[in-house]
Design a protein around this ligand. Sequence first.
Ligand code: COA
Length: 384
Amino acid sequence: MRDVYVIGIGMTSFGELWESSLRDLFVEAALAALDDAGTDRLESMYIGCMSSGLFVGQEHIGPMMADYLGRTPIPATRIESACASGGAAVRLAYLEVTSGVSEVVLAGGVEKMTDGADVTAALSSAADQEYEVYHGVTFPGLYALMARAHMQRYGTTSEQLAQVAVKNHYHGAMNPKAQYPFEITVKQVLESSMVADPLRLLDCSPVTDGAAAVVLASEDVARSVNGKPLVRVRASAQATSTIALHNRAEITHLDAVEKAARTAYQLAGMAPDKINVTEVHDCFTIAELCVMEALGYAEPGQAAALVEAGETRLGGKLPINTSGGLKSKGHPVGASGVAQIVELTEQLRGTAGDRQVSGAKFGLAQNMGGTGASCTVHILEGLS
Ligand code: COA
C-alpha cells in the first residue's frame, strides 16, 4: 500500500440549477478538478450517485460521464451507497491508487434532485422498504425518532438542535457555492414549519442539484504536477449497520460511524483530539450531534453542550462543517461526500478564505447513507 494525495478539487454551485443537466453538473465539477490538478492524466473514475434513475430516469452513468468528459475508454464506475455514495466513490478511488493499480483516479459525485421527481419517495428507497417505508415513515420521520429518543435519554432540547443549524448557516454564509448562503437565528428555526416533530424546516438539509470531484494520485504524480500544497489521505475507512433503525440496540448511537471512525483513527495512528477541522453528515440537525458522539468528539449526550459553547464554530476548538454543511451548503445526495473532501482540501491547503481554520493540519470527513447504515470516514493531512 502506498501514499495517496488529493491533487485536484472542483465543485459546482449547489442549489436549484434548472439550466444544468445531470451530465452538465458532473462534467463541470470534473473539469474544474482536473484543471486544479494541472494534469491531463486520468486512468479511471468513480461516480457517486444515489438515484439518477429515480430522479431523472437515467442509469448507466459511468460510461455516460466518461463520454461527456471526453475520457472514453477509461474505466468509469457508478457507485451507490445512498447519501454515502460520494464517500464510497472517494474510498474506491483511494484503493485503486494505494494498491498501485492506477496513478491518477477521479472520484466524483453528482445528483440532480429538483427536476420534478417525487423526491421524498426516491430518498426513501434508501430505507428498509418492507419494515420502514411501507409503514409511511420518511427520512425526516426516521431522524425525528432519533431526535425524540436523544431528547428523552439526554435532555437535548429543540433550541440545542436549532443551534446546529444556526452555526452551519453562519459558516455557509461565507461559502459562495452554498445553496442557502445566509445566516439564520434560533428563533427562525423554532418558528419554521414543522416537518416531522420535533424537526422543523430549518432542522433539515434541503433538496439540491450539484456535483463535486476530486483527483487522487500517487506521491510521484502529486509531487510533479501543480506545485500546490500537498494533501495526503491518511486514512480511508468504511462500515455498515442495520438498514432499519429499529434493529439497532440504541437508535441514538450510530455504530457504523463509530466503527468507521475507530478504523480511521487506527490507520492514521491518531486520536480524535488531533483533528483540526471536520465535515460531518448533518442531513438533519440531530445527525450532527449523534455523529459527533459516535466520532468520539463528545460522550453520549454531551455534543449539544459543545455546540452551545461555540466550540464547533469557526474560531472554536473543534470547527465542524466550515463549508456550511449539508444544511446550508445543500445536499445533492451523491455529491455530498465528495464535496466534504473539497472543503477539507481547501482548509489543509490554507485556501479556504473567510472560512479558513487557522493552522489546520488534519481534517476528517464523515459521510453516511440512510440513518447511518453505511458510513465512510476519511482523514486528510496537509503537508505544507
Ligand atoms: N433550509 C432553508 N430553507 C429551505 C430549506 C432548508 N432545508 N428547504 C426549503 N427551504 C426554503 C425554500 O427555499 C422555500 O423558500 P421560498 O418560499 O422563499 O422559496 C421554502 O423554504 C419552502 O421550500 P419548499 O421546497 O417548498 O419546502 P418543502 O416543504 O417542499 O421541503 C423539506 C422541505 C425539509 C421537506 C425538504 O427540503 C426535505 O425533504 N429535506 C430533507 C431531504 C432529505 O431527506 N435528504 C436525505 C437525508 S438522509
